[in-house]
Ligand binder design. Structure first.
Ligand code: SAM
Length: 315
């Protein structure tokens, strides 16, 4: 039997050594996940595969020496998400609805958070919808900047987006804000491990309590954060005031995405547009990617997770 016949991923992964390494680390602890990963990879365009490899290269630096633990944490995280999915499809709502509940169950549990954060890091390589919106960010958000830009990200988490913003020769200043000092320390450590040389200002800010912004930015990024907030419109209203007149905001938010710490449910692209445009922004483009590249219409009908990536400007 040829290598390609015995390994359905060999052809796709040729030339993507870091993606291969991340996938092998997961299959070592979870061989039954192979069919899922094959489907997720086979659906990717060449641009998405290039974005996958870029993310995998950074992820390998972040997880060096710790690969087996991180892979086991990914499996554990998928089990937690499966539990939330069962609840969501039975009750048609997210299990938690307040920040206080998420704090009590998830954020304040450091052992839980450590595993969860590791698991989510690998989704940046392994999940089709996460890679697809990341590719949008790299190529149609960062890649569309033609002038030097001042960058603000809210909730940087693993730091991958700040890292790629820093790598752009056009980024002039870089700031990231997060409500959690622990999360900011993780971001700082990640930027260090990835070898970011430009200064990145990391500040503890609760986006729901931010007053008037002292600065204005050319590019604001808020990725996988709005679904964690009780009042996402308040965050967007504030960020709108922090945009320069011709600045752009990139919002990445999942629809129908039950997770242990998701408290704000968005179910349709129209709800996302209404949320964003309700605060004085105008959506320029929106891209929608269902889990495992499922057909969009049926994913929305069946309440399967869809990632919405959008670029907006002040109306
Ligand atoms: C799931 S992580 C997002 C990581 C990354 N941006 C991504 O796309 O995967 C959500 C982040 O939002 C932060 N966050 C939650 N509520 C916030 C608030 N009110 N103000 C600022 N940051 C907040 C969390 O601490 C966490 O670091």
């Amino acid at each position: 039997m040829s290598e390609t016949a015995s390994d359905p991923l060999a052809e796709i992964l040729a030339g993507l050594p870091n993606t291969r390494a991340v996938i092998d680390s997961v299959l070592a602890v979870w061989p039954e996940h192979a069919a899922y990963l094959a489907k997720s990879l086979q659906a990717r365009t060449p641009a998405m595969l290039a974005a996958t490899e870029a993310a995998a290269t950074a992820v390998r630096r972040l997880t060096a020496g710790n690969e087996a633990t991180v892979a086991a944490d990914y499996r554990w995280t998928c089990d937690r998400l499966r539990e939330e999915e069962l609840f969501f499809h039975r009750e048609e709502r997210y299990r938690l609805s307040t920040f206080a509940e998420a704090m009590a169950e998830v954020y304040s549990d450091h052992a839980y958070m450590a595993r969860y954060v590791n698991g989510l890091l690998l989704t940046q390589v392994l999940w089709f919808n996460h890679v697809a919106t990341f590719e949008m960010f790299l190529n149609r958000v960062l890649g569309a900047q033609t002038q030097p830009f001042d960058y603000l990200e809210v909730g940087p988490g693993h730091g991958l987006m700040v890292y790629f913003a820093a790598a752009s020769s056009l980024s002039r200043s870089l700031e990231a804000w997060d409500v959690s000092a622990v999360s900011l320390r993780e971001t700082a450590a990640a930027l260090d491990k990835m070898g970011v040389e430009k200064p990145v200002s990391l500040t503890e800010v609760d986006i729901l309590k931010a007053g008037q912004s002292e600065r204005r930015y050319d590019l604001i990024v808020i990725s996988e954060v709005l679904e964690h907030l009780e009042r996402p419109e308040q965050a967007l209203r504030f960020l709108t005031t922090a945009l320069k007149p011709d600045g752009r905001i990139f919002v990445n938010v999942p629809l129908n995405s039950p997770s242990p710490d998701h408290i704000y449910l968005l179910s349709s692209p129209d709800e996302v547009t209404a949320l964003v445009e309700g605060v004085g922004l105008k959506v320029e483009t929106m891209e929608l990617y269902a889990t495992q590249a499922k057909k969009l219409e049926s994913a929305l009908r069946n309440r399967i997770t869809v990632s919405a990536g959008l670029v907006a400007r002040r109306a």
